[in-house]
Write a protein that binds this ligand. Structure first.
Ligand code: 5GP
Length: 200
């Protein structure tokens, strides 16, 4: 007999440039589970292709600080020491889970560890990385969205983040996006189903 478990919180993190966004997009469209991406809030400026409420809720420093005071965040962090804040809004998570959706948090390592260790959610945690620092640097440069200074800072942070791998349940090496997506989807489906023996 197959039992389906209730919806879960999924944490997907890994260094900037590891391909998290691409993998997440593909998971949302290809993995046959009711997945939804939690839209985080940030104080950084939108990139040209980004829209408010789609990639992020883009907030001023003051709006962000007010929400922190109201305890509206499940976790919030200043990422990359850049002065920019990022945070997971509690309502993004609770509304989704209540509606029966599996909620993906695509967040940095500090935020992920906070959710794993200090929240009541029994999250499925995955750490995705490209296999080595050289490959990471190449991908960051190919993306062409960051300045040299920002790339250097992201690489420094990435080295620190790699040392947090042991906090996660699963390590995904994103050599090929197809393989990474298939692997994660299978992990999630295994968590969805439990097989028990029926009496007959
Ligand atoms: P980016 O500026 O490239 O969109 O994201 C920078 C980093 O912030 C990424 O590693 C991303 O995973 C992380 N991030 C995005 N949203 C959140 C969030 O809500 N909380 C935390 N802690 N990190 C986040």
């Amino acid at each position: 007999m197959t039992h389906f478990r209730p919806p879960r919180l999924i944490i997907l993190s890994g260094p900037s440039g590891a391909g998290k966004s691409t993998v997440t997009r593909r998971l949302l469209s290809e993995c046959r589970l009711p997945l939804r991406l939690s839209v985080s809030a940030t104080t950084r400026a939108p990139r040209p292709s980004e829209r408010d409420g789609r990639e992020y809720h883009f907030l001023s420093q003051q709006q962000f600080a007010e929400l922190r005071e109201q305890d509206a965040f499940l976790e919030s962090k200043e990422v990359f020491g850049s002065g920019h804040w990022y945070g997971t809004l509690r309502r993004e998570v609770t509304d989704g889970l209540e509606a029966g959706q599996w909620i993906i948090l695509e967040i940095d390592v500090q935020g992920a560890v906070e959710v794993m260790e200090h929240s009541a959610f029994d999250a499925i945690s995955l750490f995705i990385h490209p296999g080595g620092m050289d490959e990471l640097e190449r991908r960051l440069r190919d993306r062409g969205t960051e300045s040299e200074r920002a790339i250097a800072k992201r690489l420094e942070t990435a080295a620190e983040e790699m040392s947090c791998l042991h906090h996660y349940q699963y390590e995904i090496i994103n050599g090929s996006v197809d393989t990474a997506v298939a692997q994660i989807c299978q992990i999630l489906r295994d968590h969805q189903e439990t097989h028990t023996c029926s009496k007959n």
